[in-house]
Design a protein. Structure first.
Length: 123
């Protein structure tokens, strides 16, 4: 019985997504899922509730970090690590995982001390 209602809900949700179109370019979310392309810049705002989980799943997060060049200085690498650890710390606090958050906080402080001291050997 649960599977019947589950599949019925999926059908209704699918129909709603097909009928819900961007007011500017008229693309539907189903069109996006099929092609992987949005029609205009307003699509990001219009479909944000559906896009955010998809983007998180595909990219592992919502923040684009890019790649660090192989010849980057240790300072650049450590600054990038600090930024990533700050995001992790925020997530851990939201999850109320305070023990792990304290470890991450300490790691951030250690990296920052190394950056302030100009330590090119801290990794």
């Amino acid at each position: 019985m649960d599977s019947f209602f589950g599949s019925l809900f999926d059908m209704v949700e699918s129909n709603n997504r097909e009928m819900d179109r961007c007011p500017k370019c008229q693309i539907s979310f189903v069109d996006f899922k099929r092609t992987g392309l949005l029609g205009c810049d307003y699509c990001y705002e219009h479909f944000s509730k559906s896009l955010i989980p998809t983007i998180k799943r595909v990219q592992g997060g919502l923040v684009h970090t890019g790649k660090i060049p192989k010849n980057a200085t240790i300072e650049v690498v450590n600054k990038r690590k600090v930024d990533a650890l700050k995001l992790k710390l925020k997530e851990l606090i939201q999850e109320e995982n305070f023990e792990e958050a304290a470890k991450v906080r300490d790691e951030i402080q250690e990296l920052k001390r190394g950056l302030e001291a100009g330590d090119d050997h801290a990794e």
